[in-house]
Design a binder for this molecule. Structure first.
Ligand SMILES: [Zn+2]
Ligand SMILES: [Zn+2]
Length: 177
């Protein structure tokens, strides 16, 4: 499906890879020998021999890593190209699912809190521009002075209705005189 373009290997890289291919297996063997000798030594010679095993484990690990880079590097690169987009899609899908789940949970929680009477008043209150009284958000008139509330001022530029005290249109940014 995707075109694999192989970058020409520079001589330095090839040399490094050859070194990895040579040193890697040597370290694996060395590590295995150290571990085997160490474990055998615990029983045959002295418990101190466990030190050999402890030294052998990182040696084995480094050797395996070097061999992997040396031998499997090309394969791993190919796999990365093939797998990466799928992994990304899966991640996006999961992230989307998670965020949706969190959102649903949050809104359900919020609703529950409101229904249970927690979290204060569920009704947002706004101030009347005229008399500064607190009135329910969305009210058409102020209950204290009768001032018309809400978005009643049409923008000359785009006809969007704006708050009476708006200085700029919230849709097109037109400056009200
Ligand atoms: Zn008022
Ligand atoms: Zn406007």
């Amino acid at each position: 499906m995707s075109i694999v373009t192989e970058r020409p290997l520079d001589p330095g890289h090839a040399k490094t890879r050859n070194t990895l291919r040579t040193v890697g297996p040597i370290l694996i063997v060395l590590g295995l020998v150290l571990i085997v000798l160490g474990i055998a030594g615990i029983f045959l010679v002295s418990p101190v021999c466990i030190v050999l095993a402890f030294v052998g484990m990182p040696v084995l690990f480094v050797g395996s890593s070097m061999s992997m880079f040396g031998f499997v590097g090309r394969m791993a690169r190919y796999q990365a190209q093939e797998v990466a987009p799928v992994a990304k899609d899966t991640f996006n899908y999961m992230a989307k699912g998670t965020s949706d789940g969190v959102r649903t949970m949050a809104s359900a929680l919020g609703q529950g809190l409101r229904e249970g009477g927690f979290g204060g008043s569920s009704q947002m209150m706004v101030r009347c521009h005229q008399c500064n009284a607190l009135v329910p958000d969305g009210a058409t008139f102020c209950s204290q002075c009768g001032q018309t509330l809400g978005k009643t001022k049409p923008c000359p530029g785009c006809q969007e209705l704006n708050e009476l005290d708006a200085k700029f249109c919230d849709n097109c940014g037109h400056r009200f005189a």
